[in-house]
Write a protein that binds this ligand. Structure first.
Ligand code: PGA
Length: 249
């Protein structure tokens, strides 16, 4: 069966002082019953990998370039992430789609390169409020899913995160029924494309204003295999109870 995954996205937050949160998190969960991933800013990757001591806490990047190397000032390649000890990378976060005009085709190209480098990809999808109110959420998700996910995907290297844009950092979350509808739909689509074996092994995360207070309710939804957490992953005191809720789900 799918092993659950609690993933934290620190975004552009954290200097070396934040490494203490990784130590506290590992102290709170020395032997987690779920997979744990923290994606700190690139400047902290090396130190975070050292702090994780090859233990159960995985460290990942927040983006990578679609090319393996070359003249791309400011970018980071999948190989570089792998070289520093990262085991995963978040791709296609809505903040990158919006801020850097990343398309689903771009995300797919990045994911292919990341898979070739041996990284697990957490591919993010999600609808805007306008799209949800126009009630074509499943059309949006279906298109993003088929275009963003490359054929190199397996049950091990692909994780998909459903992150409604209007729920990110807003304190608003969809109802459990709304989350379940999208997650069941993504599962069916993945099974149809990759076959039941792979389709059923891919982990589906929910992301957007996950907090200790709402985690248990979200984790009880069918086909929710964990969470991608922004703000509440920055402090071990907030993330640890979310991990516990996932362990108990
Ligand atoms: P949030 O962010 O938990 O702060 O809403 C989620 C995300 O962007 O992954």
């Amino acid at each position: 069966m799918r092993r659950k995954l609690a993933a934290g996205n620190w975004k552009m937050n954290g200097t070396s002082a934040a490494l203490g949160e990784l130590a506290a998190l590992q102290e709170a969960h020395p032997d987690p019953a779920v997979d744990l991933l923290i994606c700190p800013p690139a400047t902290l990757l090396s130190a975070a990998v050292q702090e994780a001591h090859n233990g159960p806490l995985m460290i990942g990047g927040q983006d990578c370039h679609e090319k393996t190397d070359g003249a791309h000032t400011g970018d980071i390649s999948a190989e570089m992430l792998r070289d520093v000890g990262a085991r995963a990378v978040i791709l296609g976060h809505s903040e990158r789609r919006a801020g850097y005009h990343e398309t689903s085709e771009d995300v797919r190209a990045k994911a292919r390169t990341a898979h070739a480098a041996g990284l697990m990809t957490v591919i993010c999808l999600g609808e805007s409020l306008i799209q949800r109110e126009a009630t074509n959420t499943l059309d949006i998700i279906g298109a993003q899913l088929s275009l963003s996910v490359p054929d190199t995907s397996t049950g091990e290297n692909l994780v998909v995160a459903y992150e409604p844009i209007w729920a990110i950092g807003s304190g608003q979350t969809p109802t459990p029924d709304q989350i379940g509808e999208v997650h069941d739909f993504m599962r069916t689509r993945l099974e149809r494309r990759f076959g039941a074996g792979v389709g059923r092994s891919v982990r589906l995360l929910y992301g957007g204003s996950v907090k200790p207070e709402n985690a248990a309710e979200i984790f009880a939804v069918s086909n929710v295999d964990g969470a991608l957490v922004g703000g509440a992953s920055l402090k071990a005191a907030d993330f640890a109870p979310i991990i516990r809720a996932l362990e108990n789900a």
